[in-house]
Write a protein that binds this ligand. Structure first.
Ligand code: OGA
Ligand code: MN
Length: 294
C-alpha cells in the first residue's frame, strides 16, 4: 500500500500530499487513495517533485486521457516535442513568448468552459517561480452552491449561462475571435449554472468566467445583476485556498467544482510552469433528489 499523508491546506479546500515521489509509478491502491483524497479536497499539492516532461505526462495519464491545450494566441504548441503540454510563462525568448498568460492578473475562471466538453482536471508543475507575486487561488464551488441564499438559488434553478469563448483569463483575445458588444450573442458553450459532479454526485455552482457571461432567457440587466451577486458570493475569501508557489510544486485540481485565479507579478522576474489537462465530459445539470428532470 502506497502510504502518504494528507494535510488540509485551508478550511474550504486544498490538501498537501506528502510522502510520495511522483516520478515512480503509483500502485492501484495508491491511485485509489489519492483519488479519494482529491474528491474530498478538490485541489492537491505535492511539493518537491522533480518531474521531467515525460514524467509529468505519465503522471497526468493516471487521472485520465490527456486533453490537448486550447489554441494559444500564437497558433502552435509551445513545446513542439510535447504538444500535450501547455506552458504558462511570462518569459520571452528572442522576443517571442515561451508560454501563455504573461505576467498580469488572471481573473477568476474555470478552464475552457467555453467548449461543450471542458477538461475535468489540470496539473500545473512549477519549474521557475518569482520570489513573490504570482500566487494562485482556488475556490470551492460545492461550498458556494450549498451556501447560496435561497432566493439566488431559486433564481438560477434550471438555468444556463453563456461561457464566452472570446477572451482568455489574462484578457487576451483568442485567435480568430472578434470583440463582443452584446453578451447575449457571445460565442461559446451554454452550460447549466448548477452542475452535478459526475463522481461525487454533489451540486456545484458552475460560473466559468464573468466577462460576457449571460444567463439565458433573462433581460440583460437582470442577468448582469444576478451574475454579479453569484460571483461575489462564490469568490469570497472563506471559500478559497491560496497557493504561494515553490519550485517543483505540483498542483492537481478538479476543474468541475473549483474556480481559480492568479495574481500578477513583477515582469522582470521569470515564472515558468508546465501544464497538462485531462479530458472531461459535458457538464450536466444538478437535479434535486426526489424531483424529476423536466
Ligand atoms: C491555468 C492557470 C494560473 C497560474 O494554468 O489554467 O490559470 O497560476 N494558471 O499560472
Ligand atoms: Mn486556468
Amino acid at each position: 500500500m502506497a502510504s502518504f499523508t494528507v494535510t488540509a491546506l485551508a478550511p474550504a479546500l486544498g490538501a498537501e500530499i506528502s510522502g510520495l515521489d511522483l516520478r515512480a509509478p503509483l500502485a492501484a491502491d495508491g491511485i485509489a487513495a489519492l483519488k479519494r483524497a482529491w474528491r474530498e479536497h478538490l485541489v492537491l499539492r505535492f511539493r518537491g517533485q522533480l518531474l521531467s516532461d515525460p514524467e509529468l505526462l505519465a503522471l497526468s495519464r493516471v487521472f485520465g486521457e490527456l486533453d490537448p491545450p486550447g489554441p494559444n494566441p500564437y497558433g502552435k504548441p509551445f513545446l513542439a516535442e510535447f504538444p500535450e503540454i501547455n506552458v504558462i510563462s511570462n518569459v520571452k525568448k528572442d522576443g517571442v513568448p515561451i508560454g501563455n498568460l504573461g505576467d498580469g492578473e488572471a481573473v477568476w475562471h474555470c478552464d475552457m468552459t467555453y467548449i461543450e466538453t471542458p477538461p475535468m482536471a489540470a496539473l500545473l508543475h512549477a519549474l521557475d517561480v518569482p520570489p513573490s507575486g504570482g500566487d494562485t487561488f482556488w475556490a470551492n464551488m460545492y461550498l458556494a452552491c450549498e451556501t447560496l441564499p435561497r432566493a439566488l438559488r431559486q433564481a438560477i434553478d434550471g438555468r444556463r449561462a453563456i461561457h464566452d469563448a472570446t477572451y482568455n483569463s489574462a484578457g487576451m483575445m483568442r485567435k480568430g475571435m472578434k470583440d463582443v458588444t452584446d453578451p447575449r450573442e457571445a460565442p461559446g458553450a451554454r452550460h447549466p449554472l448548477v452542475v452535478r459532479h459526475p463522481e461525487t454526485g454533489r451540486a456545484a455552482l458552475y460560473l466559468g468566467r464573468r466577462r460576457n457571461s449571460y444567463i439565458l432567457g433573462l433581460p440583460l440587466d437582470e442577468s448582469n445583476e444576478l451574475l454579479d451577486q453569484l460571483w461575489t458570493h462564490a469568490t469570497q475569501p472563506e471559500f478559497t485556498f491560496r497557493q504561494q508557489w515553490q519550485p517543483h510544486d505540483l498542483i492537481l485540481w478538479d476543474n468541475r467544482c473549483t474556480l481559480h485565479r492568479r495574481d500578477s507579478f513583477d515582469p522582470g522576474v521569470s515564472r515558468i510552469m508546465h501544464r497538462t489537462q485531462i479530458k472531461g465530459a459535458a457538464p450536466v445539470p444538478y437535479v434535486e433528489p426526489g424531483t424529476m428532470a423536466a
